[in-house]
Write a protein that binds this ligand. Structure first.
Ligand code: ADP
Ligand code: MG
Length: 741
């Protein structure tokens, strides 16, 4: 196949394509015996491409190894040495002991392993390995005890020369479980590279020059077989770029695929009308904003302007709204929905849980009380706006009447859970949907939504606003939500006092926290207590929350009105408890994390989180955001020890800052991208080399070029090499969606 030149795109070279390598079984390599083939397979390496995408964990520069003769007792060191002899026996206490004599040419030492009998098989005389450890001395001889070992040369007892020739030795991730050593992987990779020869490069020379990237062949040999450590730097950069580039291409293609065939509703956001209205927004929106007891923040205005542009524009909106806890996302959501209602459409808000849907319904209902909507069929041309709640647990009769209202258009605005997307629910004209949740609103939901909009025949596709209360760093957002436009509410409403946060490590400090609760309650305020997380069992969690509520009511909070909220309660019970707390009939609400998102009781000023070390940063930040919502001085106490060093970093970070974006960056550093990107990252599209925190510039470049390319060629018809590469590396479902043609 000739990819080169003929298409006039960015592609410009012959050579081995990733697709060819992806269909080539790794067993074709001479060095890969059937036994090793099986081992590679159980390690997730099936094709030659899988193998080439196993990158070295680190490199050893032979010339920079510590020489044994220069080391002193107490030094931490990496020693590259050859095994001279191996002895295996039992200690008097019955522990197995493997003792090696090793030599690095400048000196020798003893290496001792306790309870690792298998080392005798791994490290035979003649083997060459790296020993990481602390040098001590035993009977006057230098010794390392239980060092970390990377075997470089010498499986099966015979010394191999290849790894000895290079000055730089790549160290591959190795798994003694499946019986593969770094050295073996290195020899497989070397053979694969040699046989692959020159790689086809989807980036032409101009593009590479512009981006300061080496070509793919140079990059592959630079990462696997560098002559100097310096060579690995441009190699990693190029390969990391490729990872990000493929991901951005897939996202941009997804965006185009969603837009293709979309029928936008051109919402009537008439600029002249907007001009006339104070503040520059359409009338219903203006009336709503005017009715609020506060002025919108600059950020709210800016974001709304962008949204209204989208609404009036020729494509359905797909926009993500990020905003820290308390930044005022609800106002933006409501104004967006009202803009749709203004033009004679309906709007829906979807919440992740029934409790939240209920709460949003209440809050929005009271915000919109008395608002009139244009209705040409009515005398006076106006009628009261109608807002309803739709959840799966509502009584049948109520559900029926809500559904009728949605179908007839009598209901303007509906708040509900995912139940809104079920087939039974039909709208007269659904114009805008706001999704309030952290997880992804997937392709399936979007198409369900599209159907809702078109249900009425000549209807268009509703505009979509996804809100997330968990800020994620911009880099991560570009990867996770890369197919959405993005808006950020980066300004908190004025008058917020930062929430005083204390990590109460000791019981004594915990006492202070409980005392604070009593003092605040005495001053007329309210408090939350969040019970420990019980991983994997909502039932046990509910039981322990119940016990904790009883314990506190009889102990620390004796005399206070203590309520209980957990995930195992019926929705009606939950709603009842929330209502009592909201109305001030309860002083303290003991709860599981069901209160994490969105609960809004402005009078609550203390958040007490038990066993806080078990929660993640984002979750703690969300929980803390439940207080400090009405200008009262507020407090958050994180109780309990840190179970790990990471937990301590998390709790200290919470103590130090209330900025959600800063916390998100810390979270990214702590957990790496894997967990943040979550299910979005699977299989071969994983980021192996790219690091969001470090490769921001590469990511921006990758995005820009992906945008450029897909703008003129949304299905990559003129970029067959790229198309093929994506197809080979995306998981099947994504590939099927993007290349459905
Ligand atoms: P979020 O959902 O982003 O966490 P909310 O929309 O619930 O935040 O708003 C938090 C609180 O701030 C609410 O009580 C809301 O009424 C109030 N609020 C929103 N916007 C403003 C503003 N511009 N000025 C003052 N208070 C505001
Ligand atoms: Mg909210």
């Amino acid at each position: 196949m000739n990819e080169a030149g003929s298409h006039g795109g960015t592609e410009g070279s012959h050579g081995r394509t990733l697709t060819q390598l992806a269909v080539l079984d790794v067993g074709v390599l001479e060095k890969v015996t059937p036994k090793k083939r099986a081992a590679l397979g159980s390690w997730g390496v099936d094709s030659v491409l899988d193998l080439l995408w196993c990158y070295p964990r680190r490199y050893i520069d032979r010339t920079r190894q510590a020489d044994l003769k220069d080391l002193a007792v107490g030094d931490e060191a990496v020693v590259l040495a050859t095994v001279l002899s191996v002895e295996s026996r039992r200690t008097r206490q019955g522990r197995s002991l493997v003792q090696l004599e090793v030599d690095d040419g400048t000196g020798s030492m003893r290496v001792v392993f306790f309870n690792q009998a298998w080392r005798a098989k791994q490290l035979r005389a003649g083997a060459e390995a790296l020993f990481f450890g602390k040098l001590d001395s035993f009977r006057n001889k230098a010794q390392m005890t239980n060092p970390v070992v990377d075997l470089l040369v010498g499986m099966e007892g015979h010394v191999q020369g290849s790894a000895k020739t290079g000055r730089i030795i790549p160290v591959y991730p190795q798994s003694s479980k499946v019986g593969l050593t770094s050295w073996e992987i290195g020899t497989f990779v070397a053979e694969a590279l040699r046989r692959a020869g020159v790689f086809a490069d989807p980036l032409d020379p101009q593009r590479r020059a512009e981006l300061d990237l080496v070509d793919r062949t140079v990059a592959m040999s630079g990462i696997h077989a560098p002559e100097t450590i310096e060579e690995t730097i441009p190699a990693r950069r190029r390969l990391a770029f490729d990872e990000l580039f493929r991901l951005q291409l897939a996202l941009m293609m997804r965006r185009h695929a969603l837009e293709e065939g979309a029928r936008a509703i051109r919402h009537r956001v008439d600029p002249a009308e907007a001009q006339r209205a104070s503040g520059g927004f359409p009338t219903l929106v203006t009336r709503f904003l005017d009715s609020l007891p506060f002025e919108p923040t600059g950020a709210q205005r800016r974001v709304l302007a962008a949204i209204f542009d989208d609404l009036a524009g020729p494509r359905p909106m797909h926009r993500l709204l990020q905003g820290d806890v308390g930044s005022g996302k609800t106002v933006v959501a409501v104004a967006t929905m009202l803009a749709a209602v203004q033009g004679g459409h309906q709007a829906a808000l979807m919440a992740p849980t029934e409790v939240l849907a209920d709460q949003h319904h209440l809050a929005i209902g009271s915000m919109l009380k008395g608002l009139l909507v244009p209705d040409p069929e009515r005398l006076g041309g106006e009628r009261p706006l109608s807002v309803r709640l739709l959840t799966a647990s509502a009584p049948a009769a109520e559900r029926r009447s809500t559904m009728e209202g949605l179908a007839s258009g009598a209901i303007d605005l509906v708040v509900g859970t995912h139940a809104l997307l079920t087939d039974a629910v039909g709208f007269r004209s659904l114009g805008a949907v706001v999704v309030d949740e952290q997880h992804r609103f997937g392709v399936e939901q979007r198409s369900a939504l599209r159907e809702k909009g078109r249900g009425a025949g000549d209807g268009g596709d509703p505009d979509l606003l996804v809100m997330t209360a968990t800020p994620i760093p911009r880099t991560a957002a570009m990867v996770v939500f890369g197919d959405l436009e993005m808006s950020v509410l980066d300004e908190l409403p004025p008058g917020r006092t930062p929430i005083v946060t204390r990590w109460a490590r000791s019981d004594l400090e915990a006492i202070e926290a409980f005392e604070r609760v009593r003092r605040e309650v005495a001053a007329g305020r309210q408090a939350y207590v969040v019970c420990p997380l019980v991983e994997g069992s909502a039932k046990i969690e509910a039981v322990s929350a119940t016990e904790e509520a009883e314990r506190l009511a009889a102990g620390e909070f004796k005399g206070l009105r203590v309520g209980l909220l957990h995930g195992q309660m019926k929705s009606s019970e939950k709603e009842g408890v929330m209502a009592s707390f909201r109305d001030g009939a309860l002083d303290v609400l003991v709860a599981t994390t069901v209160i994490e998102v969105g609960i809004d009781v402005p009078n609550a000023t203390v958040m007490l989180i038990e066993d806080a070390g078990r929660f993640g940063i984002a979750q703690l930040h969300q929980l803390r955001g439940r207080v400090g919502r009405a200008g009262h001085e507020s407090y958050c106490y994180l109780l309990g020890d840190a179970a790990s060093a990471d937990a301590a970093v998390r709790l200290e970070a919470l103590e130090r800052t209330t900025d959600g974006f800063e916390l998100a960056e810390i979270d990214l550093d702590l957990r790496g991208e894997g967990t943040i990107l979550g299910s979005r990252q699977k299989g071969r599209s994983d980021l192996a080399l790219a690091r969001l925190a470090r490769d921001r510039d590469l990511l921006e470049d990758a995005r820009r070029i992906a945008e450029e390319i897909t703008e003129g060629d949304p299905s990559l018809a003129q970029h067959p090499l790229l198309a093929e590469e994506l197809r080979a590396t995306l998981d099947e479902e994504d590939a099927a969606f993007l290349f459905k043609s």
